[in-house]
Design a protein around this ligand. Sequence first.
Ligand SMILES: NC(=O)C1=CN([C@@H]2O[C@H](COP(=O)(O)OP(=O)(O)OC[C@H]3O[C@@H](n4cnc5c(N)ncnc54)[C@H](OP(=O)(O)O)[C@@H]3O)[C@@H](O)[C@H]2O)C=CC1
Ligand SMILES: N[C@@H](CC=O)C(=O)O
Length: 338
Amino acid sequence: MSLVGFGAVGQGLARLLLTQRERLQREYDLDIRLVSVANSRHGCIFAEEGLDIAELLALASQQKALTEAAHTQRWDSALEGIRAIKADVMVEATLTNLRDAEPGLCHIRTALERGMHVVTANKGPIALAARELLQIARTQGVQLRMEATVMAGTPVLSTAFEGMAGTRITAARGIFNGTTNYILSAMAEGREYAEVLADAQALGYAEADPTADVEGYDALAKAMILSALLFEQPLTVEQVTRTGITGVSREQVAQASEEGKRIKLIASVRRHESGKVEASVEPVALPLSDALAHVNGAMNAITFESEALAKVTVIGPGAGGIETGQGLLTDILAIARS
Ligand SMILES: NC(=O)C1=CN([C@@H]2O[C@H](COP(=O)(O)OP(=O)(O)OC[C@H]3O[C@@H](n4cnc5c(N)ncnc54)[C@H](OP(=O)(O)O)[C@@H]3O)[C@@H](O)[C@H]2O)C=CC1
Ligand SMILES: N[C@@H](CC=O)C(=O)O
């Protein structure tokens, strides 16, 4: 396995590979060898026999360079590494970018074209180019999986595609961003916005630029992914109505509480009978009778509406290094099983 991006999520997956190694061998007969790791500062390091994951995690926690780990080869960039290495699976966990999806788009395209399965937590390439990338994967006879892109390791896409196979999903609505839900929940307890945002960053929930969270772009990316995957209708950023939480004051949060409501950042995608898809992200004051009003902290929730099942709701962690690493691990195991 080749890992690109060694921040909160990349390290979360690495930690799971280390702590779950014996169980994965025993229960799945799977010995995952991490042959390369890349980040933006130190490029890509490679060792055919496998890198020492504990050593990599120790270096990261001490803010030291990845290149201090024992390795046999190094390239200046992740892309050069992907072009040179042949791993069974490439995991992409670099920054989400909704302008052109780079650098993740090039990483994923190149890995697929080289015949590697790809598992991604990076939302940009799926939000902007799902159709193209899935087509390359089909042509190459490999898998492209993206469970971690929507609600981290909480099984959202597998619920829709495997658990609900056969029924037509017509809408998905819920709380798709952990950082803003963490902030709004803490504000409802009287805490200050800036202090809580700093906590969410320290806990590994926020995007590298947290503007993406608080201005609603991260939830919007997930709405784009759901539309592209559930409805096969890609949306542009501009086609999703978006309002973030930066305009929500502590007074408004307190006022909502007094009225027996909770302000939540609600995202929604709906396919109408005509085939038209509508998508939005906006803060909404929900009555306490709405189950979403009780989803707090970095927990997220999604309700699917479908023809046969009416409403199905999945609630679970929406952010965090380990939680997202778990989403990546689920996809790696799905590839190994198939
Ligand atoms: N955090 C979360 O809870 C969740 C995150 N995600 C998504 O997962 C991805 C990773 O998130 P997270 O780990 O939190 O982000 P971080 O900012 O913690 O880590 C990003 C990593 O990507 C690396 N990187 C950036 N550009 C390049 C490049 N050109 N080549 C190689 N590596 C590069 C960075 O390198 P360097 O260390 O040198 O800066 C860093 O290691 C994002 O796309 C995010 O949207 C999805 C679900 C949940
Ligand atoms: N920054 C995101 C991370 C997961 O996608 C969030 O807070 O939900």
